[in-house]
Design a protein around this ligand. Structure first.
Ligand code: MTE
Length: 322
């Protein structure tokens, strides 16, 4: 039987005004003191309603955008132009096949160099923090970009809860690996499961989002349901989907794309117009869904988030540590 994600028809797509009104409602509700309850019972999120309630709205708009390119990408484009190789290599494969992934029940095992190893189910994850709406620029290494209203909270909340040891210098993320539900795993030859990693200070940065929804709804499967990481100043492949493990480690972890092509996909992979990749120049980017005359725009260093994150890389040669 097909589930909801394969059947998103245009009528189900939340029009922008309704979404904005709902946001206002959520903020109002938070002010009235029910926001936390709503966030706490994101049960609703995983029940029949499939909504996620954000207690706060945090518009994260980099100053360098200067009012340009803020138009949120449509729900349709965000859910029909995806990279999720577990379901195939074409951009449309995830929207066709990701419904096969069973996302309930779901657990995320947190282990490695921490005082409090714990396996979180989704309710336990939701209880760690109120949710926030965060509109982020999202930039793929293939030189396309979107503006996505994610729902989640800073990953640092989870990290604080498990109390890493001082020897933990990196965080590794592992995505779900279920060949029977993810047809791409059998057909695409990359070393599964999909793995990503961040340095501890990157993982603790408030912009790094533990993400459970977008446009006020639970994450559609093709975007990484039920929980993924989003790191807005890095290329999209640093934002792993459908994660089942978070591990705290001493040494820089191996990551999927740098295993496949280390010269193309460095561990850091901060968005950087000055470091081209073999296949794609990074000087410009194409904004998915924008009118044709606005589609091509210059790439911004750190995807425009330099004010907030450049200090993490002080003194580092970013052409060498690409
Ligand atoms: N996570 C997993 N598990 N598998 C993947 O293939 N693709 C990455 C990243 N996370 C990928 C993944 C890449 S290359 C990109 S650009 C983004 O997810 C795409 O996210 P989106 O489809 O939600 O826009």
């Amino acid at each position: 039987m097909k589930t909801r994600n394969s059947r998103i028809s245009p009528s189900e797509i939340t029009p922008r005004e309704i979404f904005m009104n709902r946001r206002k409602f959520m903020v109002g509700a938070a002010a009235a003191g029910v926001g936390l309850a709503a966030a706490g019972s994101v049960l609703g999120a995983f029940g029949p309603e499939k909504k996620v309630m954000a207690a706060n709205t945090l518009q994260t708009v980099p100053s360098q955008w200067n009012g340009k390119g803020l138009q949120e990408t449509s729900f349709y484009d965000i859910t029909h132009y995806n990279n999720f190789y577990e379901f195939g290599t074409s951009k449309s494969d995830p929207s066709k096949y990701a419904w096969k992934l069973k996302t309930e029940p779901w657990t995320v095992e947190v282990d490695g160099l921490v005082h409090k190893k714990k396996t979180f189910d989704m309710d336990a994850l939701m209880k760690l923090s109120p949710l926030e709406d965060r509109v982020y620029r999202f930039r793929c290494v293939e030189a396309w970009a979107m503006v996505i209203p994610w729902v989640g909270y800073s990953l640092s909340k989870l990290i604080d809860a498990v109390q890493p040891l001082s020897s933990a210098r990196y965080v590794e993320f592992v995505s779900v690996d279920r060949p029977s539900q993810e047809p791409g795993i059998m057909n695409v030859s990359i070393p599964w499961p999909y793995r990503e990693g961040l340095r501890m200070d990157e993982a603790m940065h408030p912009l790094t989002l533990l993400t459970v929804g977008l446009y006020g709804q639970v994450l559609p499967n093709q975007d990484g349901a039920p929980v993924r990481i989003v790191v807005p100043w890095k290329y999209g492949f640093k934002s792993p989907k459908s994660i089942v493990k978070i591990r705290f480690v001493k040494n820089q972890p191996q990551t999927t794309w740098s295993l496949i092509a280390p010269s193309e996909y460095g561990f850091y992979s901060n968005v950087n117009p000055n470091v081209d990749r073999v296949q794609w120049s990074q000087k410009t980017q194409r904004v998915i869904g924008a009118p044709i005359w606005k589609q091509l725009e210059p790439t911004l260093m750190f995807n425009g988030y330099g004010d907030q994150v450049a200090s993490l890389y002080k003194g580092m040669n970013l052409s060498r540590y690409y």
